[in-house]
Ligand binder design. Structure first.
Ligand SMILES: C[S@@+](CC[C@H](N)C(=O)[O-])C[C@H]1O[C@@H](n2cnc3c(N)ncnc32)[C@H](O)[C@@H]1O
Length: 263
């Protein structure tokens, strides 16, 4: 598969944390993941779309002394994301950062007992590729291994954010003496597909540059994912609307914990 990334993951990756951090509670998700790791006694962990490494930072930087990790892999297909993640987590215990495609994960069968794929990383996939991803994760997990991921819920699309432009970010970057403003415009093109466009206005030394970005965002229904997971040899342990929270009908996000069945 040729991977096409939005600029948010490549040339603008240096702004990713400023732009997207407002939508996530990485601290809370890190705590939740740490408690799952403790409960499942997992020691070989892979983040298959680590982005800037925020989840692995939470898992490894504040390690509980009771957890001994054997191996922690931070993987992402974007070179720029991988470099940022490397800077963030390289000092932490046993974290190796690699560039790799989650549809063709470069590890042998049963290499891990815990895999994560967080913050809507499946949004760029179609259903066939999502099935491939689940098969790949199932392959690299040992029996009873755990997959944790979250998606945007097709039954909870925030219709009020569609068809209307809105500005969600404006900040200064002291490193490049730039000011950055992001405007967004999203349109639903199918019941489960949103065409997202972003316009970044970047001003430096009185000169402005307008950069366009775009991505087709796939939303998923709970039942579709449950069926794909079952077909890939997983049993679904929990589905919730937030990290460690309850399931609420029509919530914007769905968080899955799936366990690889013993065959
Ligand atoms: C929305 S970001 C989430 C990043 C991170 N997990 C977080 O929580 O901030 C999606 C990530 O998926 C990565 N990605 C997209 N396609 C990929 C692929 N085929 N293999 C591995 N990573 C991929 C992107 O480069 C990007 O870093």
């Amino acid at each position: 598969m040729t991977i096409t990334f939005p600029k948010l993951y490549t040339s603008l990756a240096k702004y990713y944390d400023r732009l997207e951090g407002q939508y996530r509670d990485y601290e809370k998700e890190g705590q939740w993941l740490r408690s799952l790791l403790r409960e499942t006694r997992s020691t070989r962990i892979i983040d298959i779309s680590c982005g800037t490494g925020r989840h692995l930072e939470g898992i490894t930087a504040r390690r509980e002394t009771s957890i001994q990790y054997d191996r922690v892999i931070a993987m992402d297909a974007s070179k720029e994301m991988t470099l940022i993640a490397r800077d963030r987590v390289s000092e932490n215990c046993k974290v190796e950062t690699i560039r790799g495609d989650f549809l063709n994960i470069p590890f042998p069968d049963k290499s891990f007992d815990f895999a994560i794929c967080m913050y809507w990383s499946l949004a760029g996939l179609d259903h066939e590729h999502t099935k491939i991803l689940f098969h790949e994760v199932s392959r690299i997990l040992q029996d009873s291994g755990i997959l944790v991921f979250d998606v945007e819920n097709a039954e909870g699309i925030k219709e009020n954010l569609l068809e209307e432009p809105f500005i969600d970010s404006f900040f200064s970057d002291p490193d490049t003496s730039s000011s950055i403003i992001r405007a967004n415009l999203s349109r639903k093109v199918k019941p489960d597909l949103v065409d997202w466009h972003a316009y970044y206005l970047i001003e430096r030394d009185g000169v402005s540059e307008l950069i366009n970005d775009e991505m087709k965002l796939r939303f998923y229904s709970r039942s579709t994912l449950e069926s794909f997971l079952t077909d890939s040899g997983f049993s679904v342990k929990t589905v919730s609307s937030s990290a460690g929270g309850n399931y609420v009908d029509k919530s914007p996000s769905l968080y899955f914990i799936a366990e690889k069945e013993t065959r």
